[in-house]
Write a new protein. Structure first.
Ligand code: FAD
Length: 309
């Protein structure tokens, strides 16, 4: 068995495993894809101290850095169940289908995935105008026309944020009203370069083969098909945490996020959470890595305060 088992090998899991290995703790790191969501992005310009890198290159550096330590890395298996220890300081079990691993402390770092619109053109033009991250990609659309899909808090926050960077924002909401907090809606409506379209069902991302050129939608009230000319589409219809496998084992919010405190502790002693799969506000690489370090130090704290059975 391990002393610490980190599940999920994105930025949060990589940081956690480096921190525990540096304390001489026997550490395992198991994840489906080494690098996580970073693999799906191109330009990264906000990883502080690195002014520009690209997703796959960043994932390679994560792997190389982890490789400098005595960490057992297994890439491929997906965790399917967590069985918490039945005694204080005891071994937790993580199941991967038929196989299982045990550790006195487990760091949950399985990240999240953006919900997609599921319309033609969305995948084809991903990173060619279709994007999911306003903090990351806003500056790429300086002065241009863009749409934000989704009128919840994240969509409206994104639209307010982007209105200060891009030329024009159209916010598209499926329902006949936005669900964002009123104060955010009021702020949005006060901006001169923003239009809001309600009751609109997006139907297709249109492009010229290289880049996005427009967005088709259906006006749900009249049934009419409409098209907007624009260069960017920010999809903000939800971030889904990869925590289905944790139901019943640790406390999750109604959105499925692992509930963690400031030390990364979950509802189960010795089980920590880090990064996008948790309630940590703001889903970003530097934030996830900081949380990974916090969770690792809290795992160490758990190990020195309890004894193995
Ligand atoms: P993830 O990166 O999601 O990694 C989790 C890992 O766990 C994945 O490898 C996943 O496959 C694995 N996993 C999931 N379920 C299981 C399971 N059951 N068992 C085992 N493994 C599992 N942030 C920035 O700061 N700057 C940017 O420029 C930026 N650009 C982005 C662009 C895109 C297109 C996207 C999608 C995100 C971007 N982000 C950016 C956000 C950033 O990628 C995330 O905040 C960060 O990757 C979160 O790290 P994480 O380790 O918590 O989770």
């Amino acid at each position: 068995p391990y002393e610490v088992l980190v599940v999920g090998s994105g930025p949060a899991g990589a940081a956690a495993s480096i921190y525990t290995a540096r304390k001489g703790i026997r550490t395992g790191l198991v994840g489906e894809r080494f690098g996580g969501q970073v693999l799906d992005t191109m330009a990264i310009e906000n990883f502080v101290s690195v002014s520009y890198t690209e997703g796959p290159r960043f994932a390679d550096s994560l792997k190389e850095h982890v490789g400098q330590y005595d960490v057992d890395v297994v890439t491929g298996p997906a965790a399917t169940e967590l069985v918490p220890a039945d005694t204080e300081g005891g071994y937790h079990t993580v199941r991967f289908g038929g196989a299982e691993l045990q550790a006195r402390s487990v760091v949950l770092a399985t990240g999240a995935r953006w919900r997609h619109m599921g319309v033609p053109g969305e995948e084809e033009y991903r990173n060619k105008g279709v994007t999911f991250c306003p903090h990351c990609d806003g500056p790429l659309f300086k002065g241009k026309r863009i749409a934000v899909i989704g009128g919840g808090n994240s969509g409206v926050e994104a639209a307010i944020d982007l209105a200060g960077v891009v030329g024009h924002v159209t916010l598209i909401e499926f329902l006949d009203e936005m669900r964002a907090d009123q104060v955010l809606q009021d702020k949005l409506r006060s901006l001169p370069n923003v239009d809001v379209i309600l009751s609109a069902r997006t139907t297709e991302v249109v492009g010229d083969g290289k880049q996005v050129t427009g967005l088709r939608y259906e006006d749900r009230a009249s049934g009419e098909a409409r098209e907007l000319q624009l260069e960017g589409i920010f999809v903000q219809i939800g971030l889904l945490p990869n925590t289905e496998w944790l139901k019943g084992a640790v406390e999750l919010t109604d959105r499925g996020e692992v509930v963690v405190d400031a030390m990364g502790r979950t509802s189960v002693p010795g089980v920590l959470g880090a990064g996008d799969c948790t309630t940590v506000p703001y889903k970003q690489i530097v934030v996830a890595q900081g949380a990974g370090a916090t969770a690792a130090l809290s795992a160490f704290d758990h190990l020195i305060r309890t004894s193995a059975p």
